[in-house]
Design a protein around this ligand. Structure first.
Ligand code: HEC
Ligand code: HEC
Length: 251
């Protein structure tokens, strides 16, 4: 939350610098290196597109533009192509235009008011589009389960309430389910499910998934105990009732 606030303020400051009289001077009035945007684009249009990029990626201008001080734009060399992010951003602009052209051709006729794809559609306020699953599984493979839980907490602290990641009840459940297809990752799945209980302590789905993971490890006793907890939270759930019934008669 703090970070988001900072970003909004940062953007506001950026905007003020560009529009308010003294700050406007910090951004050149003419542009010398436009390869995608129209060369005669008006300054206020260009600046509002650039603000859109910054917002969609949750970054400052110097993420893409050569410069060291995000607060003093007069030191920024906007025309320079030195930063790789600027070059990537150009291909992203072409790609986004291409996606929208395809959308227009394919569904424009039947749904003229279809959604236009923007940088935000994919980036969701993140410099790199990311799903929670991709972030956590990458961390798990590289650093192990403890630092994966630490990463989850850091991302949650930083991005909760924004659109970048889904911290709802079912995210870690489905990630754990995918992990548990690999017998070597059952412990990691359990650790993430226990982490889920820290944030969603009334989650029957989490207890049910914990039970399935115990079963996969051959621990029927722990599995039944977790199924009972799930049932206590969701006594009317037909799937749960049947699952527990079947396990009981099997014994
Ligand atoms: C995600 C990357 C990205 C961010 C963030 C970004 N820009 Fe840009 N900017 C670009 C790209 C790419 C171009 C070149 C577009 C083209 O070739 O048509 C550009 C061009 C410009 C230019 C024209 C430079 C010239 O002379 O050709 C200015 C001025 C500019 N940006 C200002 C800003 C400001 C101010 C901010 C912060 C509010 C900002 N940009 C944030 C990617 C970015
Ligand atoms: C269709 C989805 C999509 C759209 C739309 C999109 N991007 Fe991206 N962008 C990606 C993906 C995927 C990556 C690569 C992420 C990774 O490296 O893991 C990426 C990477 C980037 C990077 C490099 C980030 C880094 O740190 O390496 C920049 C800069 C960028 N995008 C800018 C933009 C801008 C500006 C727009 C809008 C004009 C845009 N993107 C629109 C999907 C998208």
């Amino acid at each position: 939350m703090v970070r988001r606030l900072w970003v909004v303020l940062g953007l506001a400051a950026c905007w003020a610098l560009t529009v308010a009289a003294p700050g406007a001077a910090q951004i050149p009035d003419t542009f010398t290196n436009l390869k995608v945007l129209p060369k005669d684009i008006k300054k206020n249009e260009l600046v509002s597109i650039m603000r859109g990029f910054s917002f969609a990626l949750n970054v400052r201008c110097i993420h893409c533009h050569k410069g060291d001080d995000p607060a003093d734009l007069s030191t920024v060399d906007f025309a320079s192509d030195e930063r790789e992010n600027k070059r990537i951003a150009r291909t992203m602009m072409d790609m986004t235009t291409g996606i929208n052209a395809t959308l227009q051709t394919e569904i424009g006729a039947v749904r003229p008011k279809h959604l236009e794809v923007t940088c935000f559609t994919c980036h969701h306020g993140n410099r790199r589009p990311e799903t929670l699953e991709h972030a956590l599984v990458t961390e798990l493979d590289a650093q192990g389960v403890d630092s994966t839980v630490v990463l989850y907490r850091r991302l949650r602290g930083e991005f909760y309430g924004g659109a970048a990641y889904d911290f709802g009840e079912w995210s870690l459940i489905s990630i754990a389910e995918n992990l548990s297809r690999d017998p070597k990752k059952l412990d990691a799945a359990l650790a993430l499910l226990n982490e889920n209980l820290v944030h969603h302590d009334q989650s029957a789905g989490t207890y049910a998934r914990i039970a399935e993971t115990h079963l996969a490890r051959g621990d029927t006793t722990s599995a039944m105990a977790s199924f009972e907890k799930a049932l206590a939270l969701a006594p009317e759930d037909p799937w749960l009732k049947r699952r527990v019934e079947r396990l009981k008669t099997k014994k």
